[in-house]
Write a protein that binds this ligand. Structure first.
Ligand code: PEP
Ligand code: MN
Length: 337
């Protein structure tokens, strides 16, 4: 349920309503707009008599949120969520490009990648230090050394960094380095991990699980939001289908659907979405045309030597050419880049 306060409500009115909600054992999530404050009430609200709130001083109306995801829904917050990470605005009119290698491999590799993607126009550097690999015998990431190297690349370029955290027990360490915590597709429904990142105030980037529905993704976002971390980014990265020509099937539908259902920013990942470097640019364009707030793209200085995901990684020149194309496209869809 949401309780919409009148524009004329004063802080004492708000305080009384909040106190009453809390006294019923329910949780409060405030959304303060320019005109009015909306109180999101979550928990076991089924038996609540909404009219008992409607008669309180300063209350304009109450509305039941019909979606199973509450704080993530547009019903709770009609205006898009916009926030800043290290000077980069996410979710606004401007598109955000996150780029870099799949994995951090060495000091020279991540520094070279960071300078190249920055030069091409990326806003955020990506790179995995902890890698969720399908095989236990594949490269698992450099771990903390990788985090140190990412921090060095941030220092050298000024680009904020996004990196994956794989387990709840590693959040305390990764959060010391990351500007954005990435939750991988394989961990999208690791609820203890979602709660742990929700207890931080570092933005969280949630990749759609390969067999997860749009609603499943929004319910995962809800786990983070329910802990009080409101800076959540959703990512469409392709789902499993019967098709084997591509690594995954990029679900373009999910982009406008997520934007309709939720106020959270939505990013497209055409690298994992296709698994093929020759398909990354067209699917990047499709994602932006469909309304994505930005892209995550794998870029490697030498894709043929990459320790992971080389087949889907762009070379720096290819990435720079794509960003130039996207600038023109952004203008067509009323965005800036
Ligand atoms: C990645 O971003 O390199 C990654 C492992 O992605 P996903 O979780 O989408 O497979
Ligand atoms: Mn990858």
């Amino acid at each position: 349920m949401i309780i919409i306060m009148k524009p004329s409500a004063d802080p004492a009115d708000l305080e009384r309503v909040v106190a009453r909600v809390r006294s019923m054992g329910l949780n409060v999530h405030l959304s303060e707009g320019e005109q009015r404050t909306v109180i999101g009430v979550v928990g076991l609200t089924a038996g609540i008599d909404r009219t008992s709130f409607e008669v309180m001083r300063g209350v304009e109306s109450t509305v039941r949120i019909t979606q199973p995801f509450k704080i993530a829904s547009r019903e709770f917050k009609p205006l898009p969520t916009v926030f800043e990470v290290g000077g980069v605005t996410i979710g606004g009119q401007g598109l955000v490009i996150m780029a870099g290698p799949c994995s951090v491999e060495s000091r020279s590799q991540i520094l070279e990648s960071a300078h190249a993607v920055k030069e091409a126009g990326a806003h955020i550097l990506r790179g995995g230090a902890y890698k969720p690999r399908s095989s236990p015998y594949s490269f698992q990431g450099l771990g903390e050394e990788g985090l140190e190297l990412l921090a060095e690349a941030r220092e050298a370029t000024g680009l904020p960094i996004i990196t994956e955290v794989m387990g709840a027990g590693e959040v305390d360490l990764v959060v010391k380095y990351a500007d954005i915590l990435q939750i991988g597709a394989r961990n999208m429904q690791n609820y203890r991990l979602l709660e742990a990142v929700g207890r931080t105030q570092t933005p969280v980037f949630i990749k759609r699980g390969m067999s997860s529905t749009i609603e499943d993704l929004l319910m995962s976002a809800e786990y983070v939001l329910a802990q009080g971390n409101y800076n959540v980014i959703l990512c469409e990265r392709g789902i499993r289908s019967f098709e084997r020509y591509t690594r995954n099937t990029f679900d373009v539908n999910a982009i406008p659907a997520l934007k309709q259902l939720s106020h959270l920013p939505v990013i497209g990942d055409p690298s994992h979405g296709t698994g093929r470097s020759d398909l990354v640019a067209p699917i990047a364009r499709a994602a932006i045309a469909a309304g994505a707030d930005g892209l995550m793209i794998e870029v490697h200085p030498h894709p043929d030597q990459a320790w992971s995901d080389g087949a889907q990684s762009l070379r720096p020149e290819g990435f720079a050419a794509l960003v130039t194309e996207l600038r023109a496209l952004a203008a067509v869809v009323g965005r800036t880049l």
